[in-house]
Write a protein that binds this ligand. Structure first.
Ligand SMILES: NC(=O)c1ccc[n+]([C@@H]2O[C@H](COP(=O)([O-])OP(=O)(O)OC[C@H]3O[C@@H](n4cnc5c(N)ncnc54)[C@H](O)[C@@H]3O)[C@@H](O)[C@H]2O)c1
Length: 261
């Protein structure tokens, strides 16, 4: 129960990776605030957390809107008095498309949620952490923030999150506010399962290209977040931790015929 007495905000905590992160931090003792555009799923997660005897609150909000981000911070401070941990998890993806075919509205929406949302939440909640002189921010980026993919809105937005992580870690280090990122590989959430069902992602190709030959589970991301938010990581800031079953390690192997498993 390393996080007893800590207050954690998880954006996009209503389902998928964020839902698991919210549950795992609650299990470790934290009070949880789930901010999500989908209030029904956020409330369901908080009800499940409440059944285990822990405190929590659901806030309907869109991370791309400053007014909503301010309200998320204000309501959390009113209810719990402080914010120790922020997990910037809310995100949307896109179809794999050429820059010549992707419409500008989709590019804007993906950039607004995946990058601007992380920027706004870090700015508002980071301000409280700097004032408190303590805090931990964990940004959920992606392997495609580090390796290129035909995702011309999503991939650069996730790269921007990695650079923002380094900038904020450097700026806020002296205030004891740590900022790190996680780059998940292909993680079996409802989002990815849906994309596989619709033929938008090919699980055989993913597994063939993954050294450990396995998909990542939401628990793997949540456990990495637990470590990064804990005192065990007290000297770790500004890093991006891939949790990808080795995907990013396989740089040029394809040119040598790949590898046997
Ligand atoms: N699943 C993967 O394979 C994978 C891989 C790499 C990175 N990621 C990243 O992990 C994060 C979570 O992904 P997931 O697979 O769990 O997604 P998901 O679609 O399963 O869940 C996303 C959650 O975010 C919420 N959300 C969406 N837009 C929002 C907004 N504007 N404001 C507030 N909440 C919003 C949704 O309502 C939902 O509850 C995302 O940032 C995603 O880019 C996922």
């Amino acid at each position: 129960m390393e996080f007893t007495g800590k207050v954690a905000i998880v954006t996009g905590g209503g389902m998928g990776i964020g839902e698991t992160i919210a549950q795992v931090f609650a299990r470790e003792g934290a009070d949880i605030v789930v901010g999500d555009v989908n209030p029904a799923s956020a409330e369901k997660v908080i009800e499940e957390i409440a059944r285990t005897g822990k405190k929590g609150m659901a806030v309907k909000m869109d991370v791309s809107l400053k007014v909503d981000v301010d309200r998320l911070a204000d309501e959390t401070l009113r209810a719990f008095g402080k914010i120790d941990i922020l997990i910037n998890n809310a995100g949307i993806t896109q179809l794999p498309l050429s820059i010549l075919d992707l419409d500008l509205e989709t590019w804007q929406r993906v950039t607004d949620i995946d990058y601007k949302g992380t920027y706004l939440c870090s700015r508002r909640i980071g301000r409280e952490m700097v004032r408190q002189k303590s805090g931990s921010i964990i940004n959920i980026s992606s392997i495609v923030g580090l390796a290129s993919a035909p995702l011309v809105a999503y991939s650069p937005a996730k790269s921007a999150v990695i650079m923002l992580t380094k900038i904020l870690a450097t700026e806020w280090g002296r205030f004891n506010v740590r900022v790190n990122a996680i780059a998940p590989g292909y993680t079996l959430t409802p989002l990815l399962k849906g994309m596989i069902e619709r033929g938008e992602r090919n699980p055989e190709m993913i597994l063939k290209r993954t050294p450990m030959g396995r998909m990542v589970e939401p628990e793997d991301i949540a456990n990495a977040a637990l470590f990064l938010a804990s005192d065990k990581a007290r000297c770790i800031t500004g890093v991006t931790l891939p949790v990808d079953a080795g995907f990013l390690a396989d740089g040029a192997w394809t040119a040598y015929g790949g590898y046997e498993r």
